[in-house]
Every structure is written in structure tokens, then in C-alpha cells.
Design a protein around this ligand. Structure first.
Ligand SMILES: Nc1ncnc2c1ncn2[C@@H]1O[C@H](COP(=O)(O)OP(=O)(O)OP(=O)(O)O)[C@@H](O)[C@H]1O
Length: 306
């Protein structure tokens, strides 16, 4: 099998490059047939994936990077059903790897890819905003979680905590800060089963393909990336003090039994809000809107798993 590695050398504040330099000799030693494409800047992984898949042939791509790089690759791929994907997590939040049970250790993750014979067909989420589309593998969200993603991307905390090997904590630190600033809004969610769910004071809605987002918050403990469904978590109609108490329980998925937390499932949904909110896909902040559509694509992507 020919592997195409897409490597973000800057992932986890520059550690991606070091990790790749430790893995590549192993590929050579084992005479693995591969080529490597390094990303040089933002959106490179997307461009590279588009280039590779333009021929509509079958390809095996291995991403070395964080959830952001993985998101770029899934967005660049022309037809997800023609691609087999492998993943070596070298990001700071690594929610995809956590959900899929991929080893955090890069060498072990490579071993899994080279030795595994198991393929799981994963659902691919798609966010539709007017004429624009963005795919996701982990989650898409509107409101507080997207505001946190945005602030993490621009804050100094991520770099500092990455250096201390505490990268995933950056989401928790920023979440506390954001909670003090954000105001809840009116939200209506229409699901493909015809049901309509209205919330007077919603903080956010997370549409989850994986169990975890935001660096380890297990927002939807029952979510599965291959069940043909998106799990939804809405936090609404509760005080900020209560959210503060609930957030730590969300690390263990224990928040779902409390009032103010609603869990739903859908294949597609339309959301509208009383005022404009930030929106993210896979932790990458993208737009400010008061409407969005979320759905799963017909095509699935093959993923190398344990
Ligand atoms: N050579 C590069 N220089 C600067 N930025 C890059 C480069 N290559 C990729 N990027 C950008 O870095 C962003 C973040 O990378 P990635 O998600 O791989 O790592 P991370 O931020 O450490 O992890 P996480 O997303 O899990 O927090 C990507 O969205 C990508 O656009």
C-alpha cells in the first residue's frame, strides 16, 4: 500500500516536526512505500488533499497534526468515499484521537496504522451556511463552544500550556473567561424527524460526531462516529453558576443527567437564534450567523482503526 503522509510540522507548537523526524526513519527501515507532504501554512493541508484526490482514484492518506489539520484534510478531499484515512495525533486538543481510541504516542499510532487490518467507515458532518459548506469529523457548534474555540486560537494560553504539555487545558482556562462574558440567546432547533426544540436562554448547541470536543469535554457520551447520527447537546435555561459547576462533570460525561442539559439525535438539523453567534467546525472558528444547517453526508470515509 502507498501511504501519503500529510504532516503539519507546526502542530502542538512545533512538536509535529520533531515527531515526524522520529517516525520517518522507522518507515525507511521497514521499506514502507510512502510519500510525505509537509504543510507550510494555514489551509495547505486542504490544498494538498484536493490535489491528491483530484484524479478520483483511491488513496490512503495519513495525517500527522491536530484536529485542525484533520479538518483541513477532510475539507480538501474531493470524494470522501474514495479515501482511506489514518491519523497520528500531534495536536493540543486531540478530541478526534480521544474519541477513536488512537494512541497519544506518535510511534504507537504509526504502529497501529502499519499493522491494523481493521477499517471503520466514519460519518462525515457538513455545515451549510447559505452557499458555503464546511465538513467536520469531530463536531460543529454554535455559541459558547465556538466562542471558546475562537479565543483559544488567538490567545497566548495555548502556546504557554502546550510548552508545559498541558495544551488541552487551554480550552478549560478560556472557557471560564468566556463564560463571564457570553449572554444566553433564544434558540430553535428543527430536526429531520420533524421535531422542534425551543430554548429561551441557550448558551450553545454542539452537534457531535465524536464523544469529545474542546480538549476532552465528553459532551455526548453516547455519540458514535459510524452510527449515521449526530448527537446534539444543548446547554440552556440554567444559571452561569450552574454551568460552572457542570463543566468539570462534562469531562466525565456526567453532566447529561442535570436539568438544563438536553441531548438529542438527528441526521440533519436547522438552527436559528435570537442574535448572531459564533460557529465552529472541529474547533476551527468560522462564521458569525443566526442560522445554520448541519447534516451528515451520504458518503462515509474509511478510517484505519484498531
Ligand atoms: N507550517 C505551518 N505553519 C503555520 N501554521 C500551519 C502550518 N501548517 C498548518 N498550519 C495550521 O495550523 C493549524 C493548527 O494545526 P493543528 O490542528 O494541526 O495543530 P494544533 O493547533 O496543535 O492542534 P489542535 O487543533 O488539536 O489544537 C491548522 O489549522 C493549520 O491551518
Amino acid at each position: 500500500m502507498d501511504y501519503i503522509f500529510i504532516v503539519n510540522p507546526k502542530s502542538r507548537t512545533g512538536q509535529g516536526e520533531l515527531l515526524w523526524s522520529q517516525l520517518e526513519p522507522e518507515l525507511k527501515k521497514r521499506r514502507v512505500s510512502y510519500e510525505v507532504r509537509m504543510t507550510g501554512r494555514k489551509k495547505d493541508a486542504e490544498r494538498i488533499a484536493t490535489e491528491i484526490t483530484a484524479d478520483e482514484e483511491e488513496h490512503t492518506m495519513i495525517v500527522l497534526g491536530g484536529d485542525g489539520s484533520l479538518n483541513e484534510v477532510i475539507n480538501g478531499i474531493k470524494n470522501p468515499s474514495k479515501v482511506t484515512l489514518g491519523y497520528i495525533p500531534t495536536g493540543s486538543s486531540n478530541d478526534f484521537a480521544r474519541g477513536m481510541g488512537i494512541p497519544k504516542d506518535a510511534k504507537k499510532a504509526l504502529e497501529l496504522i502499519l499493522n491494523s487490518e481493521k477499517i471503520e467507515k466514519l460519518d462525515v458532518g457538513e455545515l451549510v451556511l447559505g452557499g458555503k459548506r464546511r465538513r467536520f469529523l469531530v463536531s460543529a457548534g454554535m455559541g459558547f463552544d465556538a466562542a471558546v474555540c475562537h479565543e483559544v486560537c488567538i490567545s497566548k494560553w495555548k502556546k504557554i500550556l502546550n510548552r508545559l504539555k498541558l495544551g488541552k487545558l487551554s480550552y478549560a482556562v478560556v472557557a471560564l473567561n468566556r463564560l463571564l462574558k457570553d449572554q444566553p440567546v433564544r434558540m430553535e432547533i428543527r430536526l429531520d424527524d420533524g421535531s422542534v426544540h425551543r430554548f429561551e436562554r441557550a448558551y450553545f448547541a454542539a452537534f457531535m460526531n465524536q464523544k469529545y470536543e474542546g480538549g476532552g469535554f465528553k459532551f455526548c457520551p453516547e455519540a458514535s462516529p459510524s452510527d449515521g447520527k449526530l448527537d446534539i447537546m444543548v446547554a440552556a435555561d440554567l444559571s452561569k453558576k450552574k454551568i460552572l459547576c457542570l463543566l468539570p462533570t462534562a469531562f466525565f460525561g456526567k453532566h447529561t443527567k442535570f436539568r438544563g442539559v438536553t441531548i438529542l439525535q438527528c441526521r440533519s438539523a436547522e438552527v436559528s437564534t435570537g442574535s448572531t453567534l459564533p460557529i465552529h467546525t472541529d474547533g476551527e472558528p468560522i462564521f458569525l450567523r443566526n442560522e445554520m444547517k448541519v447534516r451528515l453526508m451520504e458518503e462515509k470515509i474509511r478510517f484505519i482503526t484498531e
